[in-house]
Design a protein around this ligand. Structure first.
Ligand code: 5RP
Length: 222
C-alpha cells in the first residue's frame, strides 16, 4: 500500500472519530483503516463502550484500555466505524478482505449510524473487481461452492484461514456485479452459506480520504 493511501485511511478515520460522543456504544470495525479509529479513541480518552467486530479488534481495544460491551447485552449500537474493500456512490459495500464480515454485518445491522471509512482506491462504479468473500460452514463448503458456480462465480478457498466462528472463506469472482442487491438475495438463500461480503443499505455514510481532503458520501434517503 502506498503512503498516500495510508494517509487517506488515517484522514478518514480522524474525521470519523469526531462523530463519536462520550457515553455512546460504538461498534469497532476490523482492518487497517478501522485500527486508526481504535487508536484515536484511546488517544482521545473517549468514554465509550466498544462492540468489537472480531477477536483481533477486541484484542487491540483491550490492549489500549477501551472498555468492551457484550453485543448480546446491548439493545442498539449508536455508531459503528468500519472499513470496506469497495464501495459504490450508492453506498453498496463489498467487505470481508479481513474475514470478519459475519460479525461486521451483525454489528452493522444493530447500528443506528454505520459509518464506513476508506481511502480513495475503494470507490468503484460497480462492485466485483475485489473477489466477494463468502463464509461457509466447513461441512457445506463443496455444496456452497457448486451453488456459487451455478451463479457464475469462480471460487478460491482462502487457504489456512478460519473465521472467528471456525468457518471457511471462499473468495468468489463474479466479475463486475451489475445488481448487488439481487445477488445478495440469491446468496442469502444458499443453505450452509453463513455470510457474504455484500452490504446493501447498511452504510449510512462513507468518509473517504482523497489526497489532502476528506470527501463525505451519504446514502440517498438516509
Ligand atoms: C474486514 C473488512 C475490512 O473492513 C476491509 O477488508 C478493509 O480492510 P482495510 O481497512 O485493511 O483496507 O471488511 O472483514
Amino acid at each position: 500500500m502506498t503512503a498516500q493511501l495510508n494517509n487517506e485511511k488515517k484522514a478518514a478515520a480522524m474525521a470519523a472519530v469526531k462523530l463519536i460522543q462520550d457515553g455512546q456504544v460504538v461498534g469497532l470495525g476490523t482492518g487497517t483503516t478501522a485500527e486508526f479509529v481504535i487508536h484515536e479513541i484511546a488517544l482521545r480518552g473517549l468514554r465509550i463502550s466498544g462492540v468489537p467486530t472480531s477477536v483481533r479488534t477486541a484484542r487491540l481495544a483491550v490492549t489500549l484500555g477501551i472498555p468492551l460491551a457484550d453485543i448480546n447485552s446491548v439493545e442498539e449500537i449508536d455508531i459503528t466505524i468500519d472499513g470496506a474493500d469497495e464501495f459504490t456512490p450508492q453506498l453498496h459495500l463489498l467487505k470481508g478482505g479481513g474475514g470478519a464480515f459475519l460479525r461486521e454485518k451483525i454489528v452493522a445491522e444493530k447500528t443506528r449510524r454505520e459509518v464506513i471509512i476508506a481511502d480513495s482506491s475503494k470507490l468503484v462504479e460497480q462492485l466485483g473487481a475485489f473477489r466477494l468473500p463468502i463464509e461457509t460452514i466447513p461441512f457445506a463448503r463443496g455444496f456452497v461452492q457448486r451453488q456459487l458456480e451455478k451463479l457464475g462465480a469462480a471460487c478460491i478457498l482462502r487457504e489456512g484461514f478460519v473465521t472467528d466462528e471456525g468457518n471457511q472463506v471462499l473468495d468468489a469472482d463474479f466479475g463486475l456485479i451489475a445488481d448487488p442487491a439481487a445477488l445478495a438475495q440469491e446468496l442469502d438463500h444458499i443453505t450452509g452459506l453463513v455470510a457474504h461480503g455484500l452490504f446493501i443499505d447498511l452504510a449510512a455514510e462513507v468518509i473517504m480520504g482523497k489526497g489532502e481532503d476528506v470527501v463525505h458520501f451519504t446514502r440517498p434517503g438516509y
